[in-house]
Design a protein around this ligand. Structure first.
Ligand code: SF4
Length: 136
């Protein structure tokens, strides 16, 4: 369980940030919250503002244009907060490692508490990661 997750148990409000993905990870996040997997039944809910969030799901490599917005978004989430890097690009730059517009992986820009592997990650893995936070 990521650090700080024990204080979030029961429900978790989630802000998603695409820091430079190919959109494949977004499709799987959409699936995880869609009618088949229905993550809301386990207490996880997507919110529009980081000020309403407990956790941040970050997808993609961090591009030059998104490094500062990502820092500001994470800073705007109240403590205790959890940051999860979703997908191989977010974890280690994946197929975009070394590309000219890439600053680095998510952990190179903000503190990361947990990771979900895969390119793209399976919806089941995203569900499992967020259920770890909600405890449901
Ligand atoms: S991990 Fe794969 S699916 Fe996700 S943004 Fe990177 S290339 Fe796309």
């Amino acid at each position: 369980m990521p650090a700080g997750a024990a204080l979030l148990r029961g429900s978790v409000q989630v802000r998603h940030v695409d820091a430079g993905s190919c959109n494949g990870c977004e499709v799987e996040i959409g699936s995880a919250f869609g009618p088949v997997y229905d993550l809301e039944r386990y207490g996880a809910r997507l919110v529009a503002s980081p000020r309403h969030a407990d956790a941040v799901l970050v997808t993609g490599v961090v591009t030059r244009n998104m490094a500062e917005p990502l820092r500001r978004t994470v800073d705007a989430v109240p403590l205790p907060r959890v940051v999860i890097a979703v997908g191989d690009c977010a974890r280690n730059c994946g197929v975009f490692a070394g590309a000219y517009g890439v600053v680095g992986a998510v952990a190179d820009v903000v503190a990361v508490d947990g990771e979900v592997a895969g390119c793209p990650p399976r919806p089941e893995a995203i569900v499992e990661a967020l259920r770890t936070l909600t405890g449901r």
